[in-house]
Write a protein that binds this ligand. Structure first.
Ligand SMILES: Nc1ncnc2c1ncn2[C@@H]1O[C@H](COP(=O)(O)OP(=O)(O)O)[C@@H](O)[C@H]1O
Ligand SMILES: [Mg+2]
Length: 391
């Protein structure tokens, strides 16, 4: 094993990372070359792309999360998601000017349809679980290259939350010598990684802060019939509904002490509808609702940073949410002393960051290296993440 590991790490490796997050907007793919220089991992991005899910495909996935699917539907999706990811890999390869056979591996996150890190008591056992659909074996066979998948299970099996896993990337590539960094990803759900300055040797922590785009998307869909609030334009045109904002803020997850993780199980369109019902009036302009939900989202991110992080850190933001200018400026207003930049400013395309992270985790697994950070996930030890399917 040691020998295999050294051999893997001795030459540059080309990996395609694949991520499809809680927003259910589609698949992000990134082709990244990793190598070792002076004992440190380095990377170069060769291409990245997003393949959107069609509204019908998204509905199929939401039906599972809402417990409306049959086992036949779930099995069908397990394979359909794999085939869809193959298209994403092929597209990313085209953009990089290579064929899939030139890849050394793929990191396939899969589509999360259930995430339950808190142990559930049943049949005398207390078991935590998480489920990402998509078969590494199907993808490896279609592409003819090794695929790493099922990244979260090993960490859950040793008592971890199975999330977040991105901090391994952040720790290796975003940490700074003498300034603490907060890596903020605004996907469907928002999460932060706290990276103390290297000269401080504090431990790395990371957790979900609550909703990212999920409620903004839901409000925009409900009131405008649109998929997203493009650049935050609706929110910018509205005014905050104070009573509604107070209702939204009253969710125990936001101020809960980390480690913590959440998902569509907690924050979803149904939850939003219930929460705003008592303060909703037909006379309220739709823009005001979207603005209020955006304000809540910005507050929830900022409140977690105020409560659990150092506000003099620099925030390096990524994820689709950074395109929502109103959201970002609200976060900045909440945290006036915190510098906010995006990963683009340091050469990492913000839309592709999580796909790049999963390429890195696959690189580590294929090289026999652990991928979780126990202080982050709560796992009892470091573990190699995932299963490797060979073609
Ligand atoms: N131009 C834009 N304006 C506003 N919001 C955007 C824009 N582009 C993307 N988004 C938001 O980003 C989300 C996708 O973010 P992403 O990082 O892919 O999340 P996830 O990892 O959960 O899939 C979309 O659902 C949308 O809310
Ligand atoms: Mg996405």
């Amino acid at each position: 094993m040691k020998h295999q590991q050294q051999e893997w790490l001795s030459t540059p490796k080309l990996i395609c990372g694949l991520m499809s997050g809680t927003s259910l907007d589609g698949i992000d793919a990134a082709i990244v070359e990793f190598s070792v220089q002076n004992g440190k991992h380095i990377f170069t991005i060769k291409s990245h792309t997003t393949i959107p899910y069609s509204p019908e495909f998204r509905t199929e996935i939401t039906r599972i999360i809402e417990k409306k699917s049959t086992i036949a539907d779930i099995s069908w999706l397990h394979f359909a998601i794999s085939e869809f990811h193959a298209i994403a890999v092929q597209k990313a390869c085209e953009l990089a000017g290579i064929t899939p056979h030139l890849l050394d591996g793929v990191g396939f996150h899969g589509q999360t349809v259930w995430h339950s890190p808190t142990p559930k008591k049943k049949l005398g056992n207390s078991i935590s679980s998480t489920l990402q659909l998509g078969s590494p074996s199907v993808l490896a066979t279609i592409l003819g290259i090794p695929v790493v998948g099922d990244f979260r299970s090993a960490d859950v099996a040793v008592g971890g939350q199975g999330a977040p896993l991105v901090p391994m990337f952040d720790a290796n590539f975003l940490r700074e010598e003498n300034r603490s960094i907060i890596a903020l990803n605004i996907g469907g759900i928002a999460n932060i990684t706290l990276l103390p300055a290297l000269d401080h040797n504090g431990s790395i922590r990371a957790f979900d802060t609550g909703p990212g785009n999920v409620l903004i998307d839901a409000a925009t869909r409900m009131f405008f019939g649109k998929q997203l609030d493009s650049n935050g334009a609706f929110a910018a045109a509205g005014r905050t509904v104070g009573a509604m904002l107070t209702q939204l803020k009253n969710h125990s997850f936001i101020t809960k002490v980390p480690p913590k993780s959440t998902g569509r199980e907690d924050f979803n369109p149904t939850w939003l509808q219930k929460r705003i019902r008592t303060t909703f009036q037909p006379s309220i302009p739709s823009e005001d609702i979207v603005r209020t939900v955006t304000e809540f989202t910005a507050w929830s991110i900022a409140e977690n940073i105020r409560l659990f992080a150092d506000t003099s850190s620099k925030i390096i933001a990524s994820g689709g949410g950074i395109h929502n200018k109103t959201l970002i400026s609200m976060i900045q207003k909440e945290l006036p002393n915190t510098e906010i930049i995006t990963t683009d400013a340091i050469g990492i395309p913000s839309d592709a960051k999580e796909a790049i992270c999963f390429a890195y985790l696959a690189y580590r697994t294929l090289g026999g290296l652990p991928g979780n950070i126990p202080t982050v996930t709560g796992a009892s030890r470091e573990v190699k993440l995932g299963v490797i399917a060979f073609p």
